[in-house]
Design a binder for this molecule. Structure first.
Ligand code: KG4
Ligand code: ZN
Length: 381
């Protein structure tokens, strides 16, 4: 089979991205235009602004991805675009543009689930490193601003299928990082700043009890264990616990001071943020991160044992977290499990992962009909 060059387009949230990937195994170009600067002062993604920014960025971003790859609109073999899940208006920008291009160029168009993209970010980079040996079953933790999902991933021939074995009942893990950062006056997005600050605090200072989740099937005492046990997450409780800690420890005035100081600084340096944090704040941040990391790892490893998996993937924006990566590797190794992460640039949203996930569909000629549309709540199967 000749090499296939797929142009991927991603616009599900606040990154406008385009990339060219060769045969699902080599990133030829990868362009990500982040809208963080636009949303920062609102402390989160504003959907209307996201759509408008995507509209502004999509054409230059795609052009740059083609130019960087030394490809043209005519030379690529197929186009791939994120269909969902994500913000409907944001998704529609990428989809409309990809459809128009595919129609005008008479090229096949492949619709990709964003979560499948995150899983394929791992596969793409492993293939790129020459690692083609993968032991199944694979358990993938997709952990980002919108998702905390556990999937068993299987491959049959070229086709991939996914079984969900757990997901968050309320907030996603990245959302908890973002909300805690916001309430502590640390700006947006929260993950990267909490990641950096945590190294300067004591992770054992504040005790956050692990989230308790009632699984319906476990309540029925005396029943045989379910065939498909669930490993769900819940992160709204820890956010409330941080808020309560702030209130009972009178931290509001230092938070207000920090928030005001950081609003005037577009992309604050770590030293600048550190200078605005006392030991109590750093301890709180480090303890919050430790609790998040322990919960994510604990549930994932419990699911890995229950489903007797051979390989772990951890992917999505939160997979960029230093402590998560380090402790996951240690704890998975203790269970004899190899764990794979994407590189940091491929952990957060990008289009290379979309072009990579499209490749098996390209081989199977699984093309999108021209009337397909955005699916904001799209499930992965
Ligand atoms: O995958 P992503 O780019 O977008 C979504 O699909 O949501 O993930 C963004 C999320 C944000 O919540 C951000 O705070 C979090 O990933 N994040 C991190 C880190 N870098 C990004 N969370 C923890 N530690 C990090 N280093
Ligand atoms: Zn994502």
């Amino acid at each position: 089979m000749a090499d296939a060059y797929i142009l991927g387009i991603e616009s599900s949230c606040d990154e406008t991205a385009a990339a060219v990937v060769r045969s699902g195994e080599k990133i030829v170009s990868n362009v990500v235009f982040s809208q963080i600067a636009t949303h920062q002062r609102f402390g989160g993604v504003v959907p209307e602004l996201a759509s408008r920014e995507h509209l502004r960025a999509i054409v230059p971003v795609v052009r740059k991805a083609l130019a960087d790859a030394e490809q043209t609109y005519q030379s690529v073999d197929a186009l791939a675009v994120t269909q969902g899940p994500g913000l409907a208006g944001a998704l529609l920008v990428g989809i409309s543009y990809a459809k128009a291009l595919a129609f005008a160029l008479e090229k096949p168009l492949i619709a990709v689930n964003h979560l499948e993209g995150h899983i394929h970010a791992v596969l793409l980079e492993e293939r790129q490193k020459g690692n083609r040996e993968l032991n199944f079953p694979v358990l993938a933790l997709v952990v980002s601003g919108g998702h905390t999902h556990l999937y068993l991933a299987r491959q049959q021939g070229e086709a991939w299928s996914y079984q969900i074995v757990g997901h968050t009942r309320d907030d996603a893990a990245g959302e908890a990082f973002d909300k805690v950062a916001k309430l502590l006056g640390l700006g947006y997005p929260g993950g990267p700043v909490i990641d950096k600050l945590s190294a300067h605090g004591n992770p054992a200072a504040v005790d956050f009890p692990p989230s308790q989740i009632k699984h319906r099937d476990r309540k029925e005492a005396g029943q045989p264990p379910p065939e498909s046990p669930r490993f769900d997450f819940s992160y709204s409780g820890i956010k409330t616990a941080v808020l309560r800690y702030v209130e009972t420890h009178d931290m509001q005035s230092t938070i207000a001071h920090r928030r005001a100081a950081l609003t005037n600084s577009r992309q604050p340096k770590l030293d600048e943020v550190l200078a605005l944090c006392d030991a109590q704040t750093l301890d709180l941040v480090a303890s919050f991160q430790r609790a998040m990391v322990e919960d994510l790892i604990g549930k994932t490893l419990a699911a890995a044992a229950a489903y007797d998996v051979a390989t772990l993937f951890v992917t999505g924006g939160v997979a960029a977290n230093n402590e998560l990566r380090q402790r996951f590797e240690e704890k998975a190794a203790a269970q004899g499990l190899p764990v794979f992460f994407p590189s940091r640039p491929l952990s957060t949203d990008n289009a290379a992962m979309i072009a990579a996930a499209a490749y098996p569909k390209f081989l199977a000629r699984d093309f999108a009909p021209m009337d397909f549309s955005a699916e904001a709540g799209m499930a992965l199967k």
